[in-house]
Design a protein around this ligand. Structure first.
Ligand code: ADP
Length: 298
């Protein structure tokens, strides 16, 4: 490990936990999409999970630490407790340190338990506005989170509108997508409308690669793009790429049934993530985006 990174990580751990110790070893773990990830063992026997990146997006790790902190506070589903983020001063390597989660096999009834805990996570985390304390990232795309009283406005300005604009800048859109996108923006009030329930904390990017099973086989959420929003948006993401079965959804609805008409709105929330994939990975996502746009506005 780079000596400056090692020093910075050791001082952050000493500072935040009140217990100084040296790093005995770091073991790289695979699977990260963006960052260098490793499990670090300290001389006093503690272990932590360290993600670092010499050239991260601006303040990516402090944003992740703040989101994990908020999610952990809800107390409904396990998330790795953040120790903190650092390394942002000149010459440093930015990093985040968090609780290391030893993984295991999903226990019997994992998806049912996951669905229940995820519904409780939404249920127990009420806010009075949509947005978050800071902008963050969806993968490596900036995600604006300015507070709004109004969900349609939030979705128009900071979610779909933002991605449609990005697709124009990236030259992934064409006149058809621009026209349908514009028409969808105008029809959002009738298509998604305002929820009859308070905003709640969303994971924001819950696909199959963003949860783990811990050593008891219980679910753990990782790698959030958190904000306060309408919970349908979180469920839509779980439906986009698989990894969640029907037990998950039935258990979720037993704890907190979705609002009426939610099935008709899910595609709009999926569109946000598909547009993000178009912006991150390019043209192969164009037809998926266009088919949703056509369904509502064609
Ligand atoms: P990236 O920010 O690069 O996408 P992730 O947060 O997805 O990285 O983490 C990469 C991999 O490391 C995950 O797929 C998971 O297997 C593992 N992982 C993530 N967080 C932890 C943790 N707190 N404890 C143990 N393993 C973790």
């Amino acid at each position: 490990m780079d000596p400056r990174l090692r020093d910075d990580v050791e001082s952050l751990i000493a500072d935040r936990t009140g217990k100084p110790s040296r790093i005995r070893e770091g073991r790289r773990s695979g699977g990260g999409c963006i960052n260098d990830a490793q499990r670090i063992l300290l001389e006093d026997g503690r272990e932590f999970f360290l993600k670092s990146n010499p050239h991260p997006l601006p303040h990516m790790f402090p944003r992740e630490a703040e989101a994990l902190e908020k999610m952990a506070e809800v107390g409904a589903i396990r998330v790795p407790k953040p120790v903190g983020a650092g390394g942002e001063s000149p010459g440093g390597t930015p990093f985040i340190v968090m609780e290391y989660i030893p993984t295991g096999s999903p226990k019997a009834g994992f998806h049912e338990s996951f669905g229940r805990q995820f519904a409780e996570f939404h249920l127990k985390s009420k806010a009075d506005r949509f947005g978050f304390e800071h902008d963050n990232y969806l993968g490596s795309t900036p995600q604006p989170n300015a507070w709004e009283e109004d969900w349609v406005e939030f979705w128009r300005k900071h979610r779909l509108g933002f991605q449609l604009e990005l697709a124009r800048t990236n030259r992934y859109s064409d006149p058809t997508m621009d026209r349908l996108g514009e028409s969808l923006m105008n029809r959002l009030p009738e298509i998604i409308g305002e929820p009859n329930e308070a905003p709640c904390l969303l994971h924001g990017d819950l696909w199959g690669g963003n949860y783990l099973a811990d050593s008891d086989g219980e679910p753990v959420l990782i790698d959030p793009a958190a904000y306060y929003g309408r919970r349908e948006a979180d469920l839509a993401m779980t439906m986009l790429f698989g990894g969640f079965n029907s037990d998950f959804y039935s258990a979720y609805e037993e704890v907190w049934p979705l609002e009426e008409g939610s099935k008709d709105r899910l595609e709009i929330y999926k569109l946000y993530h598909l547009m993000n994939h178009l912006n991150l990975f390019g043209g192969s996502y164009y037809s998926g985006c266009l088919s949703i746009l056509n369904r509502y506005c064609g």
